[in-house]
Design a protein around this ligand. Structure first.
Ligand SMILES: [Zn+2]
Length: 112
C-alpha cells in the first residue's frame, strides 16, 4: 500500500520490478526505441467514467507506471494483476461519508 503521500514503498518497488522483469518482459520504448525505463514513484488511480459523469472513488483500477527516461512515454500496468493491491480492496462498497464525487466538467474532447 503506498504511503500517505502516495509513494510506493520500497517493498512494492522491488515487487513491481521483479514482476515487470518476469512477466512483462519490458523491451524498448515503442516511441523512441531506447531501453531505459524508470518506475514511477506513485500509483495512479484514475477516475471512472460513468453515465452520471466522471466518478472519483468507488471501483477503481490502481496502476503502476513506468516511463521512458529519454522521451517520457508512459506505460501502465494493473497493480491488481501485479499483486500489489488486492482486487477486493478496489471493489469495496463505499460508506455514505465516502460518496463518490462527480465532476461537472463536460466530457469529450474539445479542439478549441
Ligand atoms: Zn522513449
Amino acid at each position: 500500500m503506498p504511503d500517505k503521500e502516495g509513494r510506493i514503498t520500497e517493498e512494492e518497488r522491488s515487487k513491481a520490478l521483479a514482476w515487470l522483469n518476469e512477466k512483462a518482459g519490458i523491451g524498448v520504448c515503442s516511441m523512441c526505441g531506447t531501453k531505459n525505463w524508470i518506475l514511477a514513484d506513485t500509483m495512479p488511480n484514475p477516475p471512472t467514467y460513468t453515465s452520471a459523469g466522471t466518478r472519483i472513488g468507488g471501483i477503481t483500477v490502481p496502476m503502476v507506471g513506468i516511463f521512458c527516461a529519454k522521451c517520457g512515454h508512459l506505460v501502465f500496468f494493473s497493480a491488481i494483476v501485479m499483486g500489489l493491491i488486492p482486487a477486493e480492496q478496489t471493489l469495496k462498497e463505499q460508506k455514505p461519508s465516502e460518496e463518490p464525487k462527480t465532476s461537472d466538467v463536460p466530457q469529450g474532447v474539445s479542439n478549441g
